[in-house]
Design a protein around this ligand. Structure first.
Ligand code: 3PG
Ligand code: MG
Length: 400
């Protein structure tokens, strides 16, 4: 990978390795409900253990706002890390003011141990990228490895300042993620199609403006498509739409035209009169939406058009569902298109990269989460990458 070291460039033998992971996983009733982020760091942990190094895991968990708060203790994640890695995990409490006990625990641990330190956000220095806190962290290790792409949009002590204080490298998960993203937008096989859905244009203006300068086609679905349809003069009835963003939508379409990016909007929609599962619905062309109804999904003609556009693409980058996929039957568009992308990928015709919280849930719902070339577990970091913004956690690895 250009620009920074990877795990293979470090001499791990017998070293204390600070491994920045993203253990900010969903927990309900004391149980981790989705361990994907933990699964992704297993290869890096194995390499360090194999070299008789000591793995010292660093992560944030939730948003405790710089205070020690048992509700946000990483201790509740330790057992799952042990389960998933198949390796005992020693949890080490610290307030990050005095790290002597952590130093001693790491010292006492035999080679090949895996230790998990307390939530880095228990100290206010974490979120302000405090170099003094980063120095205390650095005192606990010989090397720094970052496997937390999903936290790389934060310039925090454990993701940014720390990388400058020790010999640093991208871990295997970070490396895989950056390589997949490079294949998605950095240096992709053309033509490239972006699929962008979700409720609102307002949260994705930067993303849309960046994408239309880079990709050959932009498929817009979800509630945000209604804003574009409204901007083009179509009536969208009672659909979710940000009508005050009509000018923004027009500007995005103009930029797209200048950059020869085809904007593909729905041509029909599944219209219902109540937002609820199995609500009675009918399909309308976008030029004839019932004024009392709301568009909850793309219609069959749109699906045909979208899958046709995907057939002409070599790369697809996807963020956001195309309809209200949480309630049947308005998941139909998202599911059909996701399955089509998965099938083309399996057939070797397509490189497909997807990311963002809702997107991963939608792909899992369609049963194709494992059939894309790469699915990112990142939320905010994936969006900022799609916006074309440099990510501090990645940039710091390049600089060190
Ligand atoms: C995430 O879950 O998106 C990352 O762990 C970052 O968390 P944050 O949004 O609280 O910084
Ligand atoms: Mg977030």
């Amino acid at each position: 990978m250009a620009g920074f070291k990877t795990l293979g460039d470090l001499d791990l033998k017998g070293k204390r390795v600070l491994l920045r992971a993203d253990l900010n996983v969903p927990v309900a009733d004391g149980k981790v409900t989705d361990a994907t982020r933990i699964e992704r760091i297993v290869p890096t942990i194995r390499e360090i253990v194999k070299a008789d190094g000591k793995v010292v895991l660093l992560s944030h968990f939730g948003r405790p706002k710089g205070k020690v708060d048992p509700d946000y203790s990483l201790e509740q994640v330790a057992a799952t890390v042990a389960d998933v890695t198949g390796h005992p995990v020693g949890f080490v409490a610290t307030d990050w003011v005095d790290v002597t006990n952590a130093q001693k625990a790491i010292e006492a641990a035999p080679p090949g141990s895996v230790l998990l330190l307390e939530n880095t956000r228990f100290h206010p220095g974490e979120e302000v990228n405090d170099v003094e806190l980063a120095k205390r962290m650095a005192s606990l290790g010989d090397l720094y490895v970052n496997d937390a792409f999903s936290a790389a949009h934060r310039a925090h002590a454990s993701t940014e300042a720390l990388a400058h204080l020790l010999p640093s490298a991208a871990g295997l998960a970070m490396q895989a993620e950056l390589e997949a993203l490079e294949a998605g937008l950095g240096n992709p096989r053309k033509p490239v199609i972006a699929v962008v859905g979700g409720a609102k244009v307002s949260t994705k203006i930067d993303l849309l403006e960046n994408l239309v300068t880079k990709v050959d086609g932009l498929i817009i679905g979800g509630g945000m498509a209604n804003t574009f349809l409204h901007a083009l003069g179509y009536g969208v009835g009672k659909s979710l739409a940000e009508k005050d963003l009509a000018e923004t939508a027009k500007r995005i379409m103009e930029t797209a035209e200048r950059h020869k990016c085809a904007v593909i909007l729905p041509i029909d929609g599944a219209v219902a009169w109540h937002f609820e599962a199995n609500a009675p619905h009918r399909f309308y062309g976008v030029d004839a939406i019932d004024p009392d109804g709301m568009i909850l999904d793309v219609g069959p003609s749109s699906i045909e058009r979208i899958t046709g556009a995907i057939d002409d693409a070599s790369t697809v980058v996807w963020n956001g569902p195309l309809g209200a996929f949480e309630i049947t039957p308005f998941d139909a568009g998202t599911v059909a298109v996701a399955r089509h992308v998965a099938a083309r990928t399996k057939a070797g015709k397509l490189v497909s990269v997807a990311g963002g919280g809702d997107t991963v849930a939608a792909l899992a719902h369609a049963g194709v989460k494992d059939d894309f070339t790469y699915v990112s577990t990142a939320g905010g970091a994936f969006l900022e990458w799609m916006e074309g913004k440099p990510l501090p956690g990645v940039e710091a690895l390049k600089a060190s």
